[in-house]
Design a binder for this molecule. Structure first.
Ligand code: 13P
Length: 251
């Protein structure tokens, strides 16, 4: 049995001064749903406030990116040891917005993923196709490439610290959700690629989240699918009530 994992991705939306309140609201609103692992991934500058507010609760705090080097001359970057030191347990890697706007490639996804896992945190590795790629019949090819290169040299043992997030780019922030069947089809593909990379038994243990306009109204039917093990939530993670509604659907 894979424990469901619902993670908020706050993106660039919450001020440091607003952070403690939102984390506390999320903790209070989700406290009765013990079957779900609850995570808030926040902007780097919000992390100290988020970790302090989550202390003593069931909520884990995550970052939205991490550099692969432990230290050095990388102005503006944040390393895994820094995140660990701040109390971070999860890091989103390779979000489509980073691929689209910040030059993230499958190769840098791979470096970051291995660094996050080596530092003892859980990497939430994002994959997903654009509408153009889907319509051109390239869905399988794109997911294959993102998985194979992004997870190069990630071992079966590393998979205890690995979550995959399937986020069809056309469903992010658009209000268009993949249908449960469309999502399940890609989640099953992702699990079959994982099985080839790290073995069937390990592949069965890795959680695969769906992300893209997930909300309380559509969460239950998505989370009912056999290979959908949670959600990576953007807009609906900014309101504790909506986020808790999704967590409740996974409980
Ligand atoms: P939305 O839930 O706002 O569509 O965002 C999804 C996402 O990108 C989470 O990482």
């Amino acid at each position: 049995m894979r424990k469901k994992i619902i993670a908020g991705n706050w993106k660039m939306n919450v001020l440091p001064s607003e952070t403690a309140e939102l984390v506390k609201e999320v903790a209070a609103a989700t406290k009765d749903f013990a079957n779900v692992e609850v995570v808030c991934c926040t902007p780097a500058i919000d992390i100290p406030a988020a970790v302090a507010a989550a202390c003593g609760t069931h909520v884990g705090i995550g970052a939205e990116n991490a550099h692969w080097e432990a230290k050095g001359a990388f102005t503006g970057e944040i390393s895994c040891p820094m995140l660990v030191d701040a109390g971070v347990k999860y890091v989103i890697i390779g979000h489509s917005e980073r691929r689209q706007y910040f030059g993230e490639t499958d190769e840098t996804v791979n470096k970051r993923t291995r660094a996050v896992i080596a530092a003892g945190m859980t990497a939430i590795v994002c994959v997903g196709e654009t509408l153009e790629e889907r319509e051109a019949g390239k869905l399988v090819e794109v997911i294959e490439r993102q998985m194979t290169t992004g997870l190069k040299d990630v071992t079966a043992a590393d998979c205890a610290k690995l979550v995959i997030a399937y986020e069809p780019v056309w469903a992010i922030g658009t209000g268009k959700t993949a249908t449960p069947d469309q999502a399940q089809e890609v989640h099953a593909l992702i699990r079959s690629i994982l099985a080839r990379l790290v073995g069937e038994e390990t592949a069965q243990t890795v959680r695969i989240q769906y992300g893209g306009s997930m909300k309380p109204a559509n969460a239950a039917e998505l989370l009912a699918k056999p290979d959908i093990d949670g959600g990576l939530i953007g807009g609906a993670a900014l309101k504790a009530g909506d986020f808790a509604g999704i967590v409740a659907a996974g409980n």
